[in-house]
Design a protein around this ligand. Structure first.
Ligand code: BG6
Length: 486
């Protein structure tokens, strides 16, 4: 069978080469000549990895930390798939030195972590807790001593429970104000060593899942109008944080958001579909990225929301649209395949067939081209000059093999294909400055508990032993070469 197959194909190939079709196309020659061992990323490209506070720290009752909405939620029966919580998680609070050594061993030069608001302000506002901030001082010093640049996220979903109880969390603009103050306080104390801050992680996600669909903390199902108002308070919180950082942090401190952008991809690459994808990117991100980057809600968004549109003032829009230094996009699944349409709003979303492939997490549909189209769209639609891929990665079943190793070949397949597409976007001019692989190590995966593993290092949550998966070698090799091979 193989013999027959090979012979038939060899004959075809011989025919093609006879008319010159086997010679390398121009673009491939360029890459081969400039990039031994793969397609190169720009020099100075920032390779990193990422985690978040609640998912790894543990130590929930130590050094004066207040409760967060995720403590309450994970302790509510029936909310977390495996009935666990993150009281201990990766015990990173005590093992941070060991974990910084793992980061160093990866070869990355940057690490994105988040600061737990309830460690720094146990009640969300009021008196700060210096012991809470001290943990981040220790972590940052350890990172810098190991040549790793810290990128800090100010909010990765762990809202102080006290704000939820007293003012309704993001349902109140008092939370936006409190977030601004917290951001100013933290950056005033840390910006001597941390140059880059992300304000919020995935506002679109934590709002819809937490306040709209009761899937995540705090587990609410608000009516559409209330949800739109809460979303407005969230983007206002971002804007207030940007202003507080400009006022209180060291000059030169850089700030931006990290959003799980509604990732739009042309179903087929035609000029009409590409134009429709630009429109879709703007409209399907209207409540978060568009208003932040344009300082206004789109007409279509307001028209569509009608009586449920958020109430806002011109001053608030100005605050929300405060200029930022970069935009972080978390890229996982392609969310919308777009086809052009003649009538308003100018695009249609193609339905996913049930057979569309996904990774170990069912929501994580496989679409490497997302890493090409998203940066291209962010540049085209909002003319953003500095883009970071603030998260990309996948869960995998990650069993330990008989030889004690973890052969996470599906993760490597996923990363390789996404990185090839990202390199292609950059080669064509998308201004992507860095990439943070999610995640450094397996951790508490929110409603999935410890059932889903996204880490480069496998964690045994009983013994707290960390084992490098094969993807550690893969990523280290990419970083060393500053290139990825197809
Ligand atoms: C990202 C979050 O959306 O997805 C991470 O920023 C999270 O915190 C990751 O771990 C995986 O999501 P999930 O829902 O599968 O745990």
């Amino acid at each position: 069978m193989l013999g027959k197959f090979s012979r038939r194909h060899l004959m075809q190939l011989a025919g093609l080469s006879g008319i010159g079709m086997l010679s390398q196309p121009a673009w491939a020659q360029g890459i081969a000549a400039d990039s031994p061992g793969g397609a190169h990323f720009p020099s100075g490209f920032v390779w990193g990895t990422a985690t978040s506070a609640y998912q790894i720290e543990g130590a929930v009752n130590e050094d004066g930390r207040g409760l967060s909405i995720w403590d309450t939620f994970s302790h509510t029966p029936g909310k977390i798939a495996d009935q666990t919580n993150a009281d201990r998680a990766n015990d990173h609070y005590h093992r941070y030195k060991e974990d910084v050594a793992l980061i160093k061993a990866l070869g990355v030069k940057a690490y994105r972590f988040s600061i737990a608001w309830p460690r720094v302000f146990p009640d969300g506002d009021g008196a700060p807790n210096p012991k809470g901030l001290d943990f981040y001082n220790r972590l940052i010093d350890e990172l810098l001593a190991n040549g790793i640049e810290p990128f800090a996220t100010l909010y990765h979903w762990d809202l102080p429970q006290s704000l939820q109880d007293r003012v309704g969390g993001w349902q109140s603009s008092k939370t936006s104000q409190a977030f601004g103050n917290y951001a100013g306080y933290v950056t005033e104390h840390l910006s001597d060593r941390v140059r880059n801050f992300f304000t919020l992680n995935e506002p679109g996600r934590f709002l819809n899942f937490g306040y709209g669909w009761a899937i995540d903390a705090p587990g609410l199902k608000l009516a559409t109008g209330e949800l739109n108002q809460a979303r407005h308070n969230v983007v206002l919180g971002h804007g207030l944080a940007v202003q507080a950082i400009r006022a209180r942090a060291r000059a030169g401190t850089r700030v931006g958001i990290a959003e799980n952008i509604a990732a739009c991809v042309p179903a087929i690459d035609t000029p009409e579909n590409v134009r429709a994808t630009e429109t879709a990117t703007r409209e399907l991100n209207a409540g978060i990225l568009s208003v932040i980057l344009e300082g206004k809600y789109t007409d279509h968004f307001l028209e569509f929301a009608g009586k449920d549109a958020p109430k806002f003032t011109a001053d608030e829009l100005k605050i929300i649209g405060s200029p930022t230094d970069f935009v972080g996009v978390n890229i996982y699944a392609p969310q919308f395949y777009i086809v052009a349409k003649d009538t308003k709003p100018g695009f249609d979303v193609a339905p996913f067939p049930a057979s569309f492939p996904h990774m170990n997490s069912e929501w994580l549909k496989v679409g490497p081209e997302t890493a090409y189209w998203v940066p291209r769209m962010v540049k085209k639609v909002w003319n953003v000059e500095n883009i970071y891929i603030s998260e990309n990665g996948t869960s995998s079943e990650d069993k330990i093999a008989a030889d004690g190793k973890v052969y996470d070949l599906d993760r490597i397949m996923f990363l390789r294909n996404y990185l090839v597409q990202l390199q292609r976007a950059i080669a064509e001019g998308a201004p992507v400055r860095g990439y943070f692989l999610w995640s450094l190590m397996d951790n508490f995966e929110w409603i999935f508990g410890f059932e889903k593993r996204f880490g480069l290092y496998r964690v045994d949550f009983e013994t707290q032993q960390r084992i490098p998966k094969l993807s550690v070698s893969f990523y280290r090799n990419v970083i060393e070469k500053n290139a990825v091979g197809a």
